[in-house]
Write a new protein. Sequence first.
Length: 232
Amino acid sequence: MINSIGLPNKGLAGFLDEDLPQLAELPVPLIVSVMATNREEFAKLVTGVGERDEVAAIELNVSCPNVHSGLIVGEQPEETEALLEALRPLTEKPLVVKLTPNVANPADVAVAAEQGGADAVSLINTLKASAIDPATGRPGIAAGHGGLSGPAVRPVAIAQLRAVAAAVQIPIIGMGGVASGADAAEMIAAGATLVAVGTESFRDPRAGSRVASELAVALKNVPGTRAIGSAG
């Protein structure tokens, strides 16, 4: 799937007042993902979300422009580390940094996140992609490009996951094309502590629960491993 929808939402106040109370009714820990264009906006989001008891952890989506430098925070290790150093004192909630795969060496960014105070990292995000409509010859995505997800990206996710796992000591949430328990087991074998299910949920709304059950079976015969959780 190639998507280009941005991050439509109700804003911080709308999310805290309307969405979070409903999400808190679910019998699972909530990891809230936030994204901003500068450190000040990130700080506002982390502070606002971090004050709520319903939130178990905060994910920082760093694949965004930094207005201070004009760079992408998640593409520059020094920018990532500086952001974490600014945000870490603002909350005691675990901070998870969502890494972009669209860099030469995601492991360097992961190390910077760890040095800045991140409690965990998650990867991969979508890959840059585009498509052409064969009927018109024009871009098949209105914006001209988007993010590729689904089974096609899993080999890339595994390669980057292995590289990051070899470089950091903090837990890793593996994601990218997970559609079955076998896929999730491969993520764990590559170094993931937890596994997230995303695009498969569009095809099968119960994918998260199904993959978790399949993973538990897949790991029974693997010495020294166990299904420790799932993230969707």
